[in-house]
Design a binder for this molecule. Structure first.
Ligand SMILES: Cc1cc2nc3c(=O)[nH]c(=O)nc-3n(C[C@H](O)[C@H](O)[C@H](O)COP(=O)(O)OP(=O)(O)OC[C@H]3O[C@@H](n4cnc5c(N)ncnc54)[C@H](O)[C@@H]3O)c2cc1C
Length: 294
């Protein structure tokens, strides 16, 4: 086993990288693992745009020295705080530049196991290496939690796939594809599949589609007061969460914290997709009870 470090970060997406940036210069010894910006570069469809606005898509470093706006200015990429969707490729490249600047020693190796030990935690790496860390920060994202509804789970993999499997959509050209869901992923995929030459039908349980904002630019004063803008969408509850009590939230009892996570936000489609999304053939208010391949 290699030498002990103070902190190991598992994950090199926006959160892992941001934590690494904050811990740099803290005097603590640190190792960070993961494939930089993995889901953004490999598991989201080409051509997608971010639902979060420019100002809320920055990866945070302690001095706010390398925001998405700084990156776009350096690269000559058009940028606005709100009202101009951020391209997936721009955000992925920004994340990589952030990593090179703040976590240059990143190790692109999966962590296989983490066990408690006398020094804190013993970490086993997929390349056979191992070491111990006093503290571990898990920032492994959502990709390990892909869910396929039970009624569909028996379908063969050549007929059924999860949205997280699709970077390239070319292979669907000329095919009929059913997209299940009414959130941003579902509508982004439906539209991009149509662009790739597929015929798309969307089905969802909810009876109406929600969009994240109505009018991001030139919002009337009344709207700005009654529904103030925040990093997670407009509204006082949203604003309170992001700007007023994010720290307070951590002191809530577990049950209350988890309930907030379950009930807050929910599926919504990017405002800039409205016209394209409304043109997708869709059956809303339907739940699939059974499915078979024929
Ligand atoms: C289609 C889609 C669109 C989205 N659009 C937006 C958006 O517009 N705005 C927004 O804010 N959020 C968006 N999200 C949510 C997005 O997933 C999160 O905001 C963000 O990626 C979370 O960052 P993260 O660092 O927690 O995880 P991730 O970005 O998922 O990164 C996980 C990291 O963990 C690493 N990892 C996992 N397991 C291991 C292991 N065992 N060992 C080592 N490393 C490991 C991976 O390699 C990767 O580096 C979107 C998500 C999806 C699926």
């Amino acid at each position: 086993m290699q030498a002990n470090v103070d902190i190991a970060i598992v994950g090199a997406g926006p959160f892992g990288l941001s934590i690494a940036a904050h811990l740099r210069g803290s005097g603590k010894s640190l190792r960070i693992f993961g494939t930089p910006m993995q889901i953004w570069r490999r598991h989201m469809p080409k051509g997608m745009m971010l639902k979060s606005a420019g100002f809320s898509s920055t990866i945070c470093d302690p001095g706010r020295t390398f925001t998405l706006r700084h990156y776009c200015e350096q690269q000559g990429i058009p940028y606005h705080e709100v009202g101009l969707p951020v391209q997936l490729d721009t955000f992925s490249a920004y994340g990589l530049a952030f990593q090179q600047r703040f976590a240059p020693g990143l190790e692109d190796v999966p962590v296989e196991t983490i066990d408690a030990c006398a020094e804190g935690f013993a970490l086993q790496l997929a390349n056979g290496g191992s070491f111990s860390a006093r503290k571990v920060v898990l920032a492994v994202g959502i990709d390990h939690f892909r869910h396929i509804p039970d009624v569909l789970a028996h379908l063969p993999s050549e007929r059924l796939s999860h949205s997280g499997e699709h970077r390239e959509l070319e292979r669907f050209r000329g095919q009929r594809v059913l997209v299940l869901g009414a959130g941003a992923s579902a509508f982004d995929l439906a539209v991009l599949l149509e662009d790739a030459g597929a015929t798309v039908q969307l089905i969802a349980r909810r009876s109406a589609v929600r969009f994240n904002y109505d009018e991001p630019l030139n919002r009337p004063l009344l709207k700005r007061v009654s529904m103030p803008m925040s990093g997670v969408g407009p509204g006082w509850k949203q604003r309170t969460c992001t700007d007023i009590w994010p720290w307070l939230y951590r002191y809530f009892p577990d049950e209350r914290r988890l309930r907030t996570v379950r009930e807050f936000l929910g599926p919504s489609v990017g405002w800039f997709m409205r016209e394209r999304a409304e043109a997708v053939s869709q059956l809303l208010g339907f739940e699939i009870e059974a499915a078979r391949a024929d």
